[in-house]
Design a protein around this ligand. Structure first.
Ligand SMILES: [Zn+2]
Length: 304
């Protein structure tokens, strides 16, 4: 008898969660015979391997951290689904979101930074999500953001954005052709930071857009879930002044500098550089920064 009740409850719960759940299809760009952009340095992995690593990490954060979210992938290993197959999967499975993960390339090796692409600026939901990705890339991941672009900006359409019928965004997580960015994206820490940025943007977007759905996971008492998205940064200085983060000695630092206003008067601004998934990497960078004219630098933990 108890078994019958348990089964009934399970069936009812399944229907409830099916009714209100959100499905996200994550598309790691390229794969198999299509390597995508090759790295600036031949010792580094090509685009197809990095998109897979970042996509799987992004998806695992979503499933580990959020309730009522189902994550699907267009590929989970080194194979090449055609663009038609990727689009068909999104449309036939009726997913709510399609997120394609890529890394850019350019003949100009000096160009670096992230971009989030939508089909058209008139698709409001896609633009909103794309802006959220760029905002996280810039503020928390410390990347240079090149903004949100549509087919008019690109002067061509992207098949996976044009023909998918749901909110869809293609993120370019940096440039393979820029040596420092390719190196960064080849580190586990860099991949963690990018995946965390995608996760945080997606989570805020879901919470704001689907207010009737609870995404908060109830953590079981004994569960020692991984500290997803916990990152470290280096606070390089506090100042009473608003300083341009792209000028002066800030420019000598390896990672972009971000500014946060913490008070209305006095030392109102704090300046940070770099985002790291491990404390030891942040410590190493902190020592480097101290030598470059920021002797008061300290490592700070940034929670989600
Ligand atoms: Zn690509």
């Amino acid at each position: 008898m108890r078994l019958v009740y348990t089964s009934l409850i399970f069936i009812v719960l399944s229907f409830v969660s099916l009714g209100q759940g959100i499905t996200i299809l994550i598309d790691p760009g390229h794969g198999g015979s299509d390597p995508g952009h090759e790295a600036a340095d031949k010792n580094l992995l090509p685009e197809k391997d990095l998109t897979l690593k970042i996509a799987l990490k992004f998806g695992s954060y979503l499933t580990e951290k959020l309730e009522n979210v189902t994550v699907l992938y267009t590929r989970t290993d080194d194979r090449y689904p055609t663009l038609d197959e990727r689009v068909n999967m999104a449309n036939s499975k009726n997913v709510d979101y399609f997120i394609s993960v890529h890394i850019n390339g350019s003949p100009n090796t000096a160009i670096k930074g992230t971009e989030s692409h939508v089909h058209s600026m008139s698709s409001k939901a896609s633009v909103k999500l794309a802006r959220a990705f760029e905002n996280e890339f810039k503020t928390r991941a410390g990347r240079k953001s090149r903004g949100v672009k549509d087919s008019d900006d690109r002067e061509h359409s992207l098949q996976v954005l044009k023909f998918t019928e749901m909110t869809s965004v293609l993120v370019e997580c940096g440039f393979m052709t820029n040596v420092s960015e390719a190196n960064y994206l080849n580190t586990t820490s860099g991949q963690d930071v990018i995946a965390s940025a995608l996760f945080r943007a997606m989570r805020s977007h879901l919470q704001e857009t689907h207010k009737n759905i609870s995404f908060t996971k109830k953590t079981s008492g004994s569960g020692t879930t991984a500290s997803v998205g916990k990152t470290y940064s280096v606070q390089i200085m506090s100042s009473k002044e608003w300083l341009d983060t792209e000028k002066g000695s800030f420019k000598n630092l390896e990672h972009a500098v971000s500014r946060t206003q913490v008070a209305q008067t006095g030392y109102r601004y704090k300046y940070f550089s770099g985002t790291f998934s491990s404390k030891s990497e942040a410590d190493d960078y902190c020592n480097e920064v101290k030598k470059k004219g920021f002797p008061d630098s300290i490592v700070v933990e940034r929670k989600n």
